[in-house]
Structures are given as structure tokens and as C-alpha cells.
Design a protein around this ligand. Structure first.
Ligand code: ADP
Ligand code: MG
Length: 321
């Protein structure tokens, strides 16, 4: 690489290094060939990775700070779905140009969320190329306590956190270029990883997954892994006021049941533990709704109030370019 470009690559890394959180368990962070990290005795390391590509995982006009937030949020959401406590992350950046202003904005969002969850950025990679952000997160869980996809049991309640369909609604509005709702757009750009809820559910829930591709699509993964079916009651799916105002009827149902990018937790628990689930939700200050049951079968189905089957036009998030 040319000398000027190398210097600027190191400048960028230094800009990142100066802003990261200090944690005692980071024995060696950014600056060496690799990080050295102290895993607490008796706990399991939980690792997840996700990439965001411009124009695929976020609209091209997304603010750098929102891209930063989302790149970490989607990863933390995976840890939440495992019931894990986040600790560290790495960041691989592919940037079209060495743009310090863009990087500072990106870090504003990324580190705001990292600091909120006491996550230390311990390393990464910085290269030139099409805008792409690859994050790996590391967390801890007690042995045998991870919330897995294959643990749903027939008779379990199915629950979901927060509200569904907001991100899909924002994407629909963005595509149409009209009537953009700020709340919905924030739900798309700045999803809330449900870390506290996942941890509170570790001793209560059976199976858990985060809703990234759409409720029915993600629940299908749980059903396949667990060898069960699920019956979801459409009218029980939680919605925000903003979604209800912007979309009605079947369009709204399709966004709630099939829209992606919500990053809520969908989990199953024994019907005897309804009070414990409610308590976990209160402790985590995260609303939850009971939306159906695990039944015998091999896939989820959704039913209307009158019991008739409801079919979405598509069941999963479709990348928009
Ligand atoms: P190497 O050539 O040994 O991989 P690099 O020059 O790529 O080293 O990185 C130097 C240091 O900076 C390493 O500790 C690496 O983890 C860190 N680093 C590089 N890019 C990033 C980034 N985008 N975010 C955080 N740390 C980074
Ligand atoms: Mg490197």
C-alpha cells in the first residue's frame, strides 16, 4: 500500500482506539496483533457475528451514527437471544475512502450503544472497499443456561417482546418516499437489543430467537430445530401506535408477522411460568406479549380471531436491492 494511505489507515485506527471503553478483563486491546481477554472462571464464552452492507442492510441515506448503532445492535441482539451478558466486540470496517468525519459519526452511534452495555471494542480490521461493517460480539453465559432454538416444547406459550412491524413499516415508507414517520424510522435505524430481557429469561424461557428476518420466518427456525409447530394468533401481535396510524388491516398484519429488522425476542416458556415471564419482563423494563402456543407439527402458522388460517404474501425479510 502507498505510504500516505497506510498513514491514514493508522490515523483511523488511532481515532477508534482513543475512544474505546476500558474494562479490567481486556488484558490487551487495540494495538497489538491480537487482543488478550480474560474469560471469567466457570462461564461459557458466547460469540456472534453479523455484517451490514450499504444498500442491503440499511438504506444508503442512513446517517453514519445510525449505521454505527445498528451494526452493534444487530450483534448484541444475537447475544440477547442467547441470554448472554455482552463484554467485548471487534469491528471490521471496509470503507470507500478514508473519511474521518464519517468515522467519527459512525463511532458516535457505535460507541454510544457499546458504552450503554459496557462493551469494550478490543480489535478489528480497517480496509478500503465498498462500505461494509462486520462486527463480532463476545459475551458470557452460565454453563447450560444459553437460550437455544432447539428447546421449545409442545404446550409452551410463545411470547414476543416490544412491538412488531415498525422497521418494515419504515422501510415501506422509505421506498414510497412519502409520509415518513420519525418513530418508525428510529425503530429501523436504532433497534434496541433486548439484553436485559434475554438475561432475565435465562432461567425461565425454553427456546429463544431474535426477530431479524420476520416473526414467522424466525419462529420457523425454532420449530425446525425443536421438532414442533406453533400457532400464532394474529390479533395478539403487539403493535406501536405509529404502525397502527400508518398501516391498517392486512398490510399491518403482514409487517408484524413477516417484516424484518425488529430485533425483538421471540421465546417460548412453560404455561406454568407466566408470572415468572411477566416478572422477568418487569425487571428488564421490557414489555412482552403472549402471542400463541407451541403445538405438534413442524412449522408455525398464524390464525385470525375467527380461527381461520392467515397466509402472508411473504414470510421473511427481503433485502431491498
Ligand atoms: P495487523 O496488520 O497486525 O492485522 P492492523 O494494522 O490491521 O494490524 O491493526 C492494528 C491494531 O488495530 C490491531 O490491534 C487491530 O485489532 C486494531 N484495529 C484495526 N482496525 C480496527 C477497527 N476498525 N476497530 C478496532 N480495532 C481495529
Ligand atoms: Mg489487520
Amino acid at each position: 500500500m502507498a505510504e500516505a494511505q497506510r498513514a491514514s489507515e493508522f490515523d483511523l485506527i488511532d481515532r477508534i482506539r482513543r475512544r474505546v471503553l476500558v474494562r479490567d478483563d481486556v488484558l490487551l486491546g487495540i494495538g497489538d496483533d491480537a487482543a488478550v481477554l480474560q474469560v471469567p472462571t466457570g462461564r461459557c464464552l458466547v460469540v456472534a457475528a453479523d455484517t451490514l452492507n450499504a444498500g442491503v442492510h440499511f438504506p444508503e441515506d442512513t446517517a453514519p451514527a445510525d449505521i454505527g448503532w445498528k451494526a452493534l445492535a444487530v450483534n448484541l441482539s444475537d447475544l440477547a437471544a442467547m441470554g448472554a451478558e455482552p463484554a467485548w466486540c471487534t469491528l471490521s470496517l471496509s470503507l470507500p475512502a478514508s473519511d474521518e468525519r464519517w468515522l467519527d459519526g459512525f463511532l458516535d452511534g457505535f460507541l454510544e450503544l457499546a458504552h450503554a452495555h459496557r462493551v469494550a471494542l478490543v480489535g478489528g480490521d480497517t480496509t478500503r472497499g465498498p462500505l461494509s461493517i462486520s462486527v463480532t460480539v463476545h459475551g458470557f453465559v452460565a454453563p447450560g443456561r444459553a437460550l437455544r432454538r432447539d428447546a421449545a416444547r409442545v404446550g409452551d406459550d410463545v411470547w414476543v417482546s416490544g412491538t412488531l412491524g415498525d422497521a418494515a413499516a419504515a422501510l415501506a415508507q422509505w421506498r414510497e418516499g412519502v409520509a415518513r414517520d420519525a418513530f418508525l424510522r428510529a425503530r429501523l435505524d436504532r433497534p434496541t437489543p433486548r439484553i436485559a430481557l434475554g438475561r432475565a429469561l435465562a432461567d425461565v424461557a425454553h427456546a429463544c430467537i431474535d426477530v431479524s428476518d420476520g416473526l414467522l420466518a424466525d419462529l420457523a427456525h425454532v420449530c425446525r430445530a425443536s421438532g414442533v409447530g406453533a400457532r400464532i394468533e394474529l390479533d395478539r401481535l403487539p403493535w406501536s401506535d405509529a404502525l397502527r396510524t400508518a398501516f391498517d388491516g392486512d398490510a399491518r398484519h403482514a409487517m408484524q408477522a413477516g417484516g424484518g429488522d425488529d430485533y425483538e425476542l421471540c421465546f417460548t416458556a412453560s404455561t406454568e411460568l407466566r408470572d415468572e415471564v411477566e416478572r422477568a419482563a418487569r425487571d428488564a423494563a421490557t414489555p412482552v406479549a403472549r402471542i400463541g402456543r407451541i403445538v405438534e407439527g413442524e412449522a408455525p402458522c398464524a390464525v385470525r380471531v375467527d380461527g381461520s388460517a392467515w397466509q402472508p404474501e411473504r414470510t421473511g425479510f427481503e433485502h431491498f436491492t
